[in-house]
Design a protein around this ligand. Structure first.
Ligand SMILES: NC(=O)c1ccc[n+]([C@@H]2O[C@H](COP(=O)([O-])OP(=O)(O)OC[C@H]3O[C@@H](n4cnc5c(N)ncnc54)[C@H](O)[C@@H]3O)[C@@H](O)[C@H]2O)c1
Ligand SMILES: [Zn+2]
Length: 344
């Protein structure tokens, strides 16, 4: 798949090209793309940022934009985002605002980015106040997901991506959850063809939801946020360290499924199925000991999706179905989190 990138870029007849990535990924996967572009007579401006969620910031976006400008990148150019969700969100954001909008393509190299982050056109950066608080909608021209790049991905990051893939199953298709559990060994062994099937099905599910509600207005797309109201609060409380995004979402999905069950919105087996599936992939399902329910609820109330002190969550109705529920009393959430920290 990586070999197809240069040809696809050339086909778009860009004036200039920029590649945004991390140093290691440049060495492993970026160079061949840059070289192939050079053979086609196109010189790419390469911009690297350090790995880690902290590169998804306004400061880092500022540095990237300055380097694009000094590298002579033009409005008619194409930005290539080579990396995980951090690079995709950051480079996409840079594309959205550079000269009021350049074009971009995604080359996701983490499982999380392949199954989720590279699809749907949400780009942006975090503020200290919370994740993804600044951003835009910008659909990439194309997404090139090469599952062979996952061979170098650390095991923990592989599982991190499985969390978002499982999420798609939990909210949209119970059969997908079963398939993921049945193929666990081959997924963990990085079987490129099993991974390609998993990525394709996950993308198909997400793309359908996005197509129904691209701008996140009707509540349909908000279903993709299952686990994220609690998950984002956990990430913010930990200062975006210690837990990966998918790990925080994993704990969040268990918490939110329990909230749904407690409110009688789903049968009691739903939180059990969610928890067991995540545990199969060694994903965390209990609150880290140093996080208090009070602190998390406070952070949830500060989130951009709260209204009048009440919380909004995408809650499961069954395994494979979910809906956005607004006006939730923080108390129910507090009780569930208390229960989850006792079990930790
Ligand atoms: N835009 C969206 O719709 C959307 C959806 C889900 C998540 N996200 C965002 O995605 C981000 C998380 O993305 P992530 O989990 O991909 O993390 P990440 O981008 O930080 O990548 C994880 C780590 O893996 C390294 N890496 C990447 N590819 C590699 C490879 N092939 N081999 C070895 N190492 C590799 C990276 O350098 C980094 O250190 C979060 O900021 C989250 O908010 C966005
Ligand atoms: Zn997510």
């Amino acid at each position: 798949v990586l070999r197809e990138v240069a040809g696809a870029v050339v086909g778009r007849e860009p004036d200039t090209i920029a590649l945004i990535t991390h140093p290691r990924l440049l060495a492993w996967y970026g160079r061949p793309v840059v070289d192939a572009l050079a053979s086609a007579g196109l010189k790419a401006t390469v911009v690297t940022v350090p790995p880690g969620e902290r590169s998804k910031s306004l400061a880092s976006a500022g540095r990237v934009l300055a380097e694009l400008a000094s590298g002579g990148f033009t409005r008619g150019g194409v930005i290539l985002a080579l990396g995980g969700g951090v690079i995709g969100d950051l480079a996409g954001f840079a594309a959205a605002v550079y000269h009021r909008g350049a074009r971009f393509m995604q080359i996701p190299t983490t499982l999380l980015a392949q199954v989720d982050a590279s699809v749907g056109g949400k780009v942006g950066v975090d503020l200290k106040a919370g994740k993804n608080l600044v951003g835009a909608f910008l659909q990439p021209l194309a997404v090139f997901a090469d599952t062979e790049t996952l061979a170098t991905l650390p095991r923990r990051h592989l599982r991190n991506g499985v969390a978002e893939a499982l999420k798609h199953g939990f909210i949209l298709r119970a059969g997908f959850v079963d398939r993921l559990l049945q193929s666990r060994r081959r997924v963990e062994a990085r079987d490129a063809s099993v991974l390609a099937e998993l990525v394709a099905e996950s993308v198909e599910m997400k793309a359908q939801v996005v197509a129904e509600d691209e701008r996140d207005l009707s509540g349909s797309r908000a279903r993709l946020n299952f686990g994220h109201t609690v998950g984002h609060a956990i990430e913010a409380a930990l200062g975006y360290r210690k837990l990966l995004h998918g790990e925080a979402v994993s704990i969040g999905m268990v918490a939110e499924a329990r909230v749904a069950s407690r409110l009688g919105l789903c049968p009691r087996h739903v939180p059990e199925v969610v928890e067991r599936a995540l545990e199969e992939y060694s994903l965390p399902v209990t609150l880290p000991p140093d996080l208090g329910p009070e602190q998390l609820v406070r952070l949830m109330r500060a989130d951009k999706k709260t209204e009048g002190g009440k919380l909004s969550m995408a809650l499961p109705r069954e395994v494979g179905s979910a809906e956005l529920v607004k006006g939730l009393e923080p108390d129910v959430v507090r009780q569930v989190l208390r229960e989850m920290s006792r079990h930790a």
